[in-house]
Design a protein around this ligand. Sequence first.
Ligand code: ADP
Ligand code: ADP
Length: 239
Amino acid sequence: SVLIEFDNVQKVYPNGTVGLKDINLKIHEGEFVAVVGLSGAGKSTLLRTINRMHDITGGDLKIDGASITGYKGKELRNLRRSVGMIFQDFNLVNRSSVRRNVLSGRVGYYSTWKSSLGLFSAEDKQRAVDALKRVNMLEKLYTRVDELSGGQQQRVAIARALMQEPKIMLADEPIASLDPLTTTAVMDDLLGLNQELGITVLANLHSVSLAMKYADRIIGLRGGQLVYDKPIAEVSADD
Ligand code: ADP
Ligand code: ADP
């Protein structure tokens, strides 16, 4: 079934830069979609419209059939919980432990005073253990993030995103600052979430060969427009 629907989506930034233009796109539940294109093509903008980090300026964007463009308050919070995100530079708190970083994925679920004291429920502590197991990082539970390699940090970031129990995972250049070996570990983790948990994945990737290895479908952007969209079986080397 269709999970995410872009209906003639436009995004013009306040300074007049066109981020997205006339995007029509349907993404189905359970897909692993690679988004490719040169720097500045609009890949990051596309991802960030899905969790409303960026608001679109025209058209409509639906998730599960409901337009998200008017969401406020509780609806917006629920949307952001259902969409996990990881970034090129990980966005972890470097001086804190892996455990604290992962549990911070649940902070928004607690009253301010409880989360400021680090009072997490037994259930959430178990969630953190499960998430870290899934990315093979449980042995680093008490390690400080700044003692980890880049690839390990990205896997911790994936575990943190999993704490929201997301339906959708956005990966914005997840491996751009990693070496080839750790790239494989991170991409394998994303594939695991997709295949084992049924999470729909959208990953911005520079590498078409990685996209072909992991994704079900490749979409290409250029100048904010959708210029390519094919299931992996139809992608040819000449494209
Ligand atoms: P990509 O992820 O493919 O590198 P982006 O989505 O980051 O592309 O950027 C698309 C276009 O929008 C680029 O021209 C970029 O400079 C511009 N852009 C991105 N973010 C902003 C912003 N916050 N304000 C203005 N322009 C932006
Ligand atoms: P990337 O292409 O790796 O996503 P960028 O260097 O294009 O990263 O952008 C870094 C940050 O700056 C992003 O948050 C983006 O939204 C913002 N940004 C990008 N281009 C512009 C711009 N022209 N004006 C203002 N902000 C921008």
